[in-house]
Design a protein around this ligand. Structure first.
Ligand code: XUL
Ligand code: CO
Length: 432
């Protein structure tokens, strides 16, 4: 028996690019083999529980626009109805994974102990449904930013009791993630940052953050959590300045705290744009630093300058992102989480389904284009050719004086060569 929430919306299947059926995949054929791997195993799609089921359609100028049978989200009966509907959607879409925060899945209790017990109850409820449907958990995480107790941060809060409360919260969420076989655990520094430097001790807050992260890793090791621990960089919003600004900043912090081999990153498209980078820049940098983990796939509205978390719909952009993912060897524990929400006028259950259908198709088309770029090899050959001069040279092991002497002795007069950017851009367009 189903909840009936999705009415007579059929299970979404692959029908190919020519179908006229809105409720079908045009590009996402989970079983199609690309570069020796099934598309489903490449993309590893996940639904973000918070945007799809907990967010009520509010914005800074107005409240809830959606009507859902599990509102108000204040008791466990509603939490279970929400879970029933969520798993119905995973099944309709054929989504292999989902992701959640504690706050998305259970109402907060009157005490911490009650909140924890409720999380455990819903964890068991999820566990049964995951077994029945074959859905996996891509990652779990803690919401350390919505409740007013976290208004000045969690690990970086000036109040040690909040730090302790955040630690207890992360422990309960790691336990839940472990119990559900989660493949990663994500820490997004929701309010780890500052609103004004005038009241902020940067050194102290940074040390708190480092200690907190080390504690999380130690506990993950202790309980035998074999998934990856991921930090999700974001430069600002909600705070004016977030400490996990971008991939480079996070890598610096990890090195500072000796955790660069233990912690990786979950990179979100919109956060990359807010930081003044492209998504592919953040992906390529993380891969080059050995900390690439997973992605949150959405898009920002390029006019708003805000993290609008829209479903992806731009194949060329997505293709460049997956090109970096494939160059990095593809996902291991990571995957493609749709940290994307409907627009607040998209009221209907079918909007929720079609948003995911479009997002998945965009990603599938992008990944296939990226695979063609890689398979053809022209882009990588051009990159290799650009650096060919370095093959067999000892320049990197010389000192300043040796090189100075060599330049004069050999009369070196290096001639500039074209970077051939337009040629490469034209080449990319051929695969799309
Ligand atoms: C916020 C954001 C979060 C994280 C998980 O911008 O992206 O939803 O993905 O806390
Ligand atoms: Co995100």
């Amino acid at each position: 028996m189903t909840t009936g929430f999705f009415g007579d919306i059929p299970t979404i299947r692959y029908e190919g690019p020519d179908t006229d059926n809105a409720f079908a995949y045009r590009h996402y054929d989970p079983d199609a083999v690309v570069l020796g791997k099934r598309l489903e195993d490449h993309l590893r799609f996940a639904v973000a529980y918070w945007h799809s089921f907990a967010w009520e359609g509010g914005d800074p100028f107005g409240g809830r626009t959606f009507e859902r049978p599990w509102y108000p989200q204040d008791d466990m009966k509603m939490a279970k109805l929400k879970a029933d509907v969520a798993f119905e959607m995973f099944a309709l879409l054929g989504q292999p994974f989902f992701c959640f925060h504690d706050a998305d899945v259970r109402p907060e209790g009157a005490t911490f102990a009650e909140s924890r017990a409720r999380l455990e109850e819903i964890t068991d409820y999820f566990g049964q449904k995951m077994e029945d449907t074959g859905t996996g958990l891509l990652w779990g995480t803690a919401n350390l930013f919505s409740n007013r107790r976290f208004m000045s941060g969690a690990a970086t809060n000036p109040d040690p009791e909040v730090y302790a409360y955040a630690a207890a919260t992360v422990k309960s969420c790691l336990d839940a993630t472990q119990k559900l076989g989660g493949q990663n655990y994500v820490l997004w520094g929701g309010r780890e940052g500052y609103e004004t430097l005038l009241n902020t001790d940067l050194r102290r807050e940074r040390d708190q953050f480092g200690r907190f992260l080390a504690m999380v890793c130690d506990y993950a090791d202790k309980i035998g959590f074999t998934g990856a621990i991921l930090i999700e960089p974001k430069p600002q919003e909600p705070t004016k300045h977030q400490y996990d600004y971008d991939v480079a900043t996070v890598h610096g912090m990890l090195q500072e705290f000796g955790l660069e081999d233990r912690v990786k990153v979950n990179i979100e498209q919109g956060h990359a744009i807010l930081a003044g980078h492209s998504f592919e820049h953040e992906l390529a940098l993380a891969a080059s630093l050995g900390i690439f983990g997973s992605i949150d796939m959405n898009r920002n509205d390029y006019q708003s300058g805000w993290d609008t978390d829209q479903f992806p719909n731009n194949v060329p952009e997505v293709a460049l992102a997956y090109y970096e993912v494939l160059r990095a060897g593809g996902f291991t524990t990571g995957g493609t989480n749709f940290d994307a929400k409907l627009r607040r006028q998209s009221l209907d259950p079918e909007d929720l389904i079609l948003a995911h259908v479009g997002g998945m198709d965009t990603c599938a088309a992008g990944l296939k284009a990226a695979a063609r770029m890689l398979e053809d090899g022209k882009l990588e050959a051009a990159r290799a050719a650009r650096y060919a001069g370095w093959n067999g040279t000892d320049v990197l092991s010389c000192d300043l004086e040796t090189l100075a002497a060599r330049v004069e002795a050999q009369g070196l007069d290096p001639q500039p060569r074209s970077g051939r950017q337009e040629r490469l851009e034209n080449l990319v367009n051929r695969y799309l």
